[in-house]
Design a protein around this ligand. Sequence first.
Ligand code: DIR
Ligand code: MN
Ligand code: MN
Ligand code: MN
Length: 309
Amino acid sequence: NELGLVAVGFSGGQCKPGVDAAPMALIESGLVNQLKDDLEYTLHYDNQVHAYSDLMPASDPPHRGMKNASAVSAVTQKLSSQVYEHAKHGRFVLTLGGDHSIAIGTISGTAKAMRERLGRDMAVIWVDAHADINTPESSDSGNIHGMPLAFLTGLATEEEDKPFGWVKEDQRVSVKKLVYIGLRDVDRGEKKILRENGIKAFSMHDIDRHGIGKVMDMALGWIGRDTPIHLSFDIDALDPMWAPSTGTAVRGGLTLREGDFIAECVHETGSLVALDLVEVNPSLEEQGAAETVRAGVSIVRCALGDTLL
Ligand code: DIR
Ligand code: MN
Ligand code: MN
Ligand code: MN
């Protein structure tokens, strides 16, 4: 089994420094060796955490209210081609972030590669406390990590020469092939977007009502068989009890086992083609950083086929 690993030390999609240190923390805690030795992947990794410093603009004034728009656009455009390159060679693509804005790069890369390799539209499972589907206009914060799905679904578009104008139709995903799990902090404008576009979403309420087993059956049933799946996992989907060291922690979240179970179920489909693990910020909690990193490692292992027995 071939695995492409991209380590993205980028934090410009939100305001708190430190999330750029996550890839190194995850790797140092043994993740790469576990993937090679325990799970027997053949690793394609350039042995660097990309900070993309050469892509940082001299000045980056707000564009449509977005903070760091030029930087985030340039980084995600570059990342998109890195991920695409792995995916088109048939490798599973693991991307370690970084904040969630980087999903503009990862998903655009895999969506394009899956269309070319398999002739199929890819599905996205977005595990998060937040919906991350604000348009620049609906966003209250201007933080692009709250907007990746607006650009990836085409709900937000931009002219060719503007930030994110590089995102083209063959790199997008349909709103019908997007499924959320774990939502509990959704902005008013986002609720309207989810409703008006009929987007499938399983909130914490649904998990309380049905249990995570039934929710996974429903989520995967919505996607259907033989559809390539990109799993984008924001560590803040987990309850702060398990993952406190993240930029926008929200109480009332998934247990560590529920997070692992989601990853296990998606792996079992045999259709998982890529995983993002984002928003681990080891600098925020002195006590909780190590356990948050450990939770992230556990999610990745489960998604890549580690089993309990
Ligand atoms: C909020 C928070 N919806 C925003 N989003 C976060 O800024 O658009 N996403 N924290 O992970
Ligand atoms: Mn090549
Ligand atoms: Mn989140
Ligand atoms: Mn997120």
